[in-house]
Design a protein. Structure first.
Length: 543
C-alpha cells in the first residue's frame, strides 16, 4: 500500500529466539506489568498452576474491553508479551483504521476462549463492516503469577503471523484478473489453493498488467517468501489488469478436489513438452505453498534420478544387475527394504526399480562418486542451482554431494536430499522427454526472464527410464493407483521417513501422455496410500 501504511512490524527475530521456550520465557523477558509492589510483611506468594475458570473469564474480558476501547497499552498489559502486543494492537486502530470494535466471547474450552469480532474499517470517507472469529488462550505468568493472554498475532486476526501487519490504504499493487491457458478466470473463491499464488502474482505483475490500485484493508506479510498482501476488505475497487497463466482450469479443479481428501497434501502438474505448470494445489493448515516451496526428503521417487545416475555413469542398465538383498550396509549404516519385501539376488535394475528395493541402490553406493548424484541432478535434471524463475517464488531442489552414510541415503531419497512436488513433477517430465524444460506458471514472454537450462538425458537413458516407470505403473508398486489410466503411462512411488514422525511422508510421481504430476502428503504413509490417488486424479484430466 502506498498510503496509510506505516505499520509497526512484529519482532520476528525476537519471536524465534523465545519461541518454544514456554510462556514463562516471554514473562522473564518482558517483565509484564508485575504485581510485585513491596509489602511490610514481604511479597505476596506468586500463584502457580493453571488459571482457574474465574481467572480465564476475568482476564479475557479485561483484554476484550481494552481492545474495544482502542487502548492498546491496557490491552497489551493483559498479555504475556506486552511490547509486541501493544505494537500490533495500536496498528489495529491507527494503521488498519478499524473502529467501533465489538467482541463477543464464546464458551471457553479449558483455557481457550473463542470470540467473534465485529468492527468497521473507515478510510478516506469510505466505510465497510469487518467481522471474523478468533481465539485466545489464558496462561499463568511464571514470574508474576498473573493470569495472562498468551500473545500471538493470530489473537488479533486468525491469518496474522509473526512479521505481519494490518493496514488500510491504497493497495500496494493494482488488482489482477488471472486467467488460465484458455482464458478462464481463476479466483481464490473457486480455487482456494490459488489464494497465495494469486497474491504473489499480483505483487509481481500488478504494476505492469495495466490495472489501477484500489483502497483495501489487507494483511501485509513479512518474510522473503510470503508473497503479496492478502486483501481482507475492499473499500474501493481499482481496475484489474489481466495476467495470463499457464494453468489449466480443469486440471486445477481436479487438483483442488484431490488434495482435500488428505491433510497436509500438495500436488503439482506440468506439461512435459513445454514445462508449463498446469495445476498447483495445497491442503494445509498453515496455508504454505509447499507444492512450490516445500523442502522435504522425496523418498524413493528419487530413484528416478538415481537410476539415471547408474545408467549414465556406466554402472548398470535397466536390464543389468541390481540385486535386491535383505539389507544393505554402507559405512556402518544398515539400510532396510519395506517390511515383507523378499530378497531377489538376481534382480535387474528394472526389477528393483518397480519393486522399489532400497538395498539394490544402496549396494551401488561404493561405485557412485560422492558428487555423481549431485552432478546428474544439476546437469541433466536442472535441479539445485537456485536459478529457476517460475514466475513466483519456488524451490529448485537440493541434492548435495554428501559423504559418509548420506552417499547411500541420498540414493533412496533420504539423507540430505530435499525436494518439492514441483521439483519431482519436473524430474518426471525430464525423464519422460529427455529434455529439461524449467517449469513456469506464467509465460516467459510476460517479463522476458531468463530460464534455467540443463543438457537433459540421452535417448537411451530416456528409453530405459520410461520402460522402468511404465513397468512400475503397470505391474509394480504403482499398479493399483494407476489402474484404468490409458495412454502412455509411468510412475514411481516413494515414502520418506522423518525423525520424530511415527508415519512416513507419502510421495508419488507419474505421467500420462503429455502431463506429469507429483504429490506429497506429510505423514501419509506409503506412496500409494495418499499421494498416489492425488496424482492419479490429476492425470485423469489429461491436462
Amino acid at each position: 500500500m502506498r498510503k496509510g501504511a506505516k505499520a509497526a512490524v512484529i519482532g520476528s527475530v525476537f519471536a524465534v529466539m523465545v519461541g518454544g521456550a514456554g510462556y514463562g520465557a516471554y514473562n522473564v523477558v518482558t517483565s509484564i506489568s508485575g504485581d510485585g509492589g513491596g509489602r511490610a510483611d514481604g511479597p505476596a506468594p506468586v500463584k502457580t498452576g493453571p488459571p482457574s475458570g474465574t481467572e480465564i473469564k476475568e482476564t479475557s474480558r479485561a483484554f476484550f474491553a481494552a481492545w474495544e476501547k482502542g487502548d492498546a497499552a491496557d490491552a497489551a498489559a493483559h498479555t504475556n508479551y506486552a511490547s509486541n502486543a501493544e505494537q500490533l494492537l495500536a496498528g489495529y486502530r491507527d494503521d488498519a483504521h478499524l473502529t467501533h470494535v465489538g467482541i463477543t466471547p464464546g464458551t471457553p474450552s479449558g483455557a481457550t476462549v473463542p470470540f467473534s469480532v465485529k468492527a468497521e474499517v473507515s478510510y478516506d470517507g469510505k466505510r465497510k463492516p469487518f467481522s471474523y472469529d478468533s481465539e485466545l488462550t489464558v496462561v499463568r505468568g511464571e514470574t508474576t503469577g498473573k493470569a495472562l493472554v498468551a500473545w500471538k498475532p493470530s489473537v488479533l486476526h486468525p491469518e496474522l503471523k509473526d512479521g505481519d501487519t494490518l493496514v488500510t490504504g491504497e493497495s500496494s499493487n493494482p488488482a489482477i484478473e488471472a486467467v488460465d491457458r484458455n482464458n478462464v478466470v481463476l479466483t481464490k473463491e473457486k480455487y482456494p489453493s490459488l489464494g497465495p499464488i494469486l497474491d504473489a502474482l499480483r505483487e509481481k505483475y500488478g504494476d505492469t498488467a495495466g490495472g489501477s490500485p484500489g483502497i483495501e484493508l489487507a494483511i501485509r506479510h513479512g518474510g522473503e517468501e510470503s508473497g503479496g498482501d492478502t486483501t481482507l476488505v475492499t473499500l474501493a475497487k481499482g481496475r484489474a489488469g489481466k495476467v495470463r497463466t499457464t494453468l489449466s482450469a480443469s486440471a486445477q479443479a481436479a487438483a483442488e478436489k484431490a488434495v482435500t481428501g488428505y491433510s497436509e497434501s500438495s500436488v503439482v502438474a506440468v506439461k512435459p513438452s513445454t514445462g508449463e505448470v498446469l495445476a498447483v494445489a495445497n491442503h494445509r493448515q498453515d496455508g504454505f505453498n509447499a507444492a512450490f516451496l516445500g523442502k522435504l526428503a522425496p523418498g524413493s521417487t528419487m530413484k528416478i534420478i538415481s537410476a539415471a545416475t547408474l545408467i549414465d555413469n556406466g554402472i548398470t542398465t535397466a536390464n543389468g544387475p541390481a540385486p535386491c538383498t535383505d539389507t544393505g550396509v554402507w559405512q556402518s549404516q544398515t539400510f532396510h527394504n519395506l517390511t515383507g519385501m523378499k530378497p531377489q539376488e538376481n534382480a535387474t535394475l528394472s526389477d528393483s526399480f518397480a519393486r522399489s528395493c532400497n538395498t539394490a541402490f544402496v549396494n551401488y553406493a561404493d561405485e557412485v562418486k560422492v558428487d555423481s548424484l549431485t552432478t546428474e541432478a544439476q546437469q541433466r535434471f536442472g535441479l539445485g542451482q537456485d536459478n529457476w524463475k517460475t514466475g513466483i517464488a519456488s524451490f529448485d531442489g537440493s541434492v548435495p554431494a554428501s559423504g559418509g552414510p548420506d552417499t547411500a541415503a541420498n540414493m533412496i531419497g533420504q539423507g540430505q536430499v530435499q525436494m518439492s512436488p514441483l521439483n519431482m513433477a519436473s524430474v518426471t517430465a525430464t525423464a519422460m522427454t529427455g529434455v529439461f524444460r524449467q517449469p513456469v506458471i506464467v509465460p516467459r514472454s510476460l517479463d522476458d526472464r531468463e530460464l534455467a537450462t540443463a543438457k537433459g538425458l540421452s535417448s537411451s537413458t530416456v528409453a530405459q527410464l520410461r520402460s522402468m516407470m511404465n513397468r512400475t505403473a503397470v505391474s509394480g508398486t504403482a499398479a493399483q493407483v494407476m489402474a484404468g489410466l490409458g495412454g502412455s503411462v509411468g510412475a514411481k512411488t516413494g515414502s520418506a521417513e522423518v525423525d520424530g514422525q511415527a508415519v512416513s511422508n507419502s510421495w508419488f510421481t507419474g505421467y500420462r501422455n503429455d502431463i506429469a504430476a507429483a504429490a506429497m502428503t506429510q505423514e501419509g504413509g506409503h506412496g500409494g496410500d495418499a499421494a498416489g490417488p492425488i496424482v492419479a486424479a490429476v492425470l485423469r484430466t489429461g491436462g
